[in-house]
Design a protein around this ligand. Structure first.
Ligand SMILES: Nc1ncnc2c1ncn2[C@@H]1O[C@H](COP(=O)(O)OP(=O)(O)OP(=O)(O)O)[C@@H](O)[C@H]1O
Ligand SMILES: [Mg+2]
Length: 208
């Protein structure tokens, strides 16, 4: 089973993905946790280019294609073989990040982004996508509180993040059965409970 976590920066994707991984391991499930962009040797090299603050000249199309190249490698090398073995695969971001950030955020043509996404994934989509929703305002507050250094992708303005957030909502509206939209302002354990309830209901039982 393939699950992904989505949402704007600092919404709690990594926090929740890790909690879910731990829970699944405690239930004796085989689980693989991957972060995007990255997850293979080639994809990690692409990640360095994408996040490098020196690469200010990077065009929006280059950015789109690099994210997609990283993902194509991850799907073929890691995700598909793991799913074939019955492993639960959890990704911290996937194809919806490209639609939301490069499509809605950067304003690239939606049909084009969709086409490139389809090529990169070879049609493979998550069974469920957890969209953790916070405002851009909340994102800035959390970023300030954690004193993290910002990377190239994080150097965008509030309008950009508002467009990305609206884009995520649009994507969720288009595929309501895949998306689970969760208010990210709730306490961490309350969000985990919602996610676990969904996942527990989808896990194959040992009798199958
Ligand atoms: N439900 C929550 N309520 C308040 N703070 C939270 C919540 N979930 C996570 N945080 C805090 O917000 C910050 C960002 O969390 P996290 O790294 O999980 O987000 P993320 O979506 O993975 O961010 P990024 O996109 O930058 O990787 C951390 O300091 C984390 O402790
Ligand atoms: Mg994270």
């Amino acid at each position: 089973m393939f699950l992904s976590f989505e949402g704007i920066d600092c919404c709690g994707k990594t926090t929740q993905a890790k909690l879910l991984v731990e829970k699944l391991k405690a239930e004796n499930r085989e689980v693989l946790f991957l972060r995007e962009p990255g997850g293979t040797e080639i994809s990690e090299q692409i990640r360095q280019i994408l996040l490098n603050k020196k690469n200010l000249k990077m065009t929006q199309i280059t950015e789109l294609l690099l994210f997609s190249a990283s993902r194509a490698q991850l799907v073929t090398e890691v995700i598909k073989p793991a799913l074939a073995k019955g492993t639960v695969v959890i990704t911290d971001r996937f194809v919806d990040s490209t639609s939301a950030y490069q499509g809605y955020g950067r304003g690239l043509h939606h049909g084009g982004v969709k086409g490139i996404n389809a090529i990169a994934t070879n049609g493979l989509m998550p069974k469920k996508t957890f969209l953790i929703d916070i405002t851009a305002h909340e994102m800035y507050a959390r970023r300030q509180a954690s004193h993290q250094e910002t990377d190239r992708m994080e150097m965008s303005n509030e309008d950009f993040y508002n467009r990305v957030r609206d884009g995520y909502h649009q994507l969720a509206k288009e595929e309501p059965s895949r998306f689970v939209v969760i208010d990210g302002k709730q306490p961490i354990d309350a969000i985990h409970t919602v996610i676990w309830k969904e996942v527990d209901g989808l896990l194959p039982t040992g009798d199958e």
